[in-house]
Ligand binder design. Sequence first.
Ligand SMILES: [Zn+2]
Length: 258
Amino acid sequence: MIDSHCHLDFEVFDLNRRLVLQQCAVAGITDIIIPGVAPVQWQKLAQLVAAETPLRLWMAAGLHPWWIATASMAVPAFARWLQVWLAQRPCVAIGECGLDGGIECPMDTQRDYFCVHLQMACDLGKPLIVHAHKAHNDVLRLLSQYRPPAGGVIHGFAGSLELARQYWRLGFYIGVGGTISYPRARKTRAALAAMPLESLLLETDAPDMPLCGMQGEPNSPLQLLKVADHLAVLQGLSRDRVQQQTDANARQLFGLHA
Ligand SMILES: [Zn+2]
């Protein structure tokens, strides 16, 4: 089973990371994709994925909209840094990057940084890991404009079937996470129930996005099994079937070998 989006490098895991990884391996999680959120953290992330672990860890490099303000790196400098990094390090994707209409950072600024990632994805043919929150129209417009050839994933998806369809047309998968466990997320749950399994990836976004009933606690990649269970119930399928297809999807998108 593959967690396609987990921030395992974050400090909250510093004390128990080894234990969490062992538990994940025992639970049948084979691979975890760890997206970068800011250049200052990429080095630690690269060391983490290079270390000996009981399961496979993969890195992506990007600047998340929430970290733009603290990154204090101008757009041209960031573009150069990302280019150098992607040329020298094994990254399976570009991201986490995107747009967030719910934060203070001006949308123009966010767009400038997002476009650096989009251009790089076009130049290198790598998939994107996209954060899109309260900004779907802008994200869709930019994706249509750049048409990144390897597509990517809209992680932590919340929205309608019609919105998901617009992303599929652009070659993007939909990332299914903890939102699926909240009864009040009726629109998203109904949409996920109707989506083809071939278009979905599983994720936890740990330590963020705790499942329903676990609010206030840091989320863990171990919860991936519950995300899969929720999706299986919604789709009326076995967990094995969900696991098998979403694994194949993640391997295809990120070019992972079994
Ligand atoms: Zn994330």
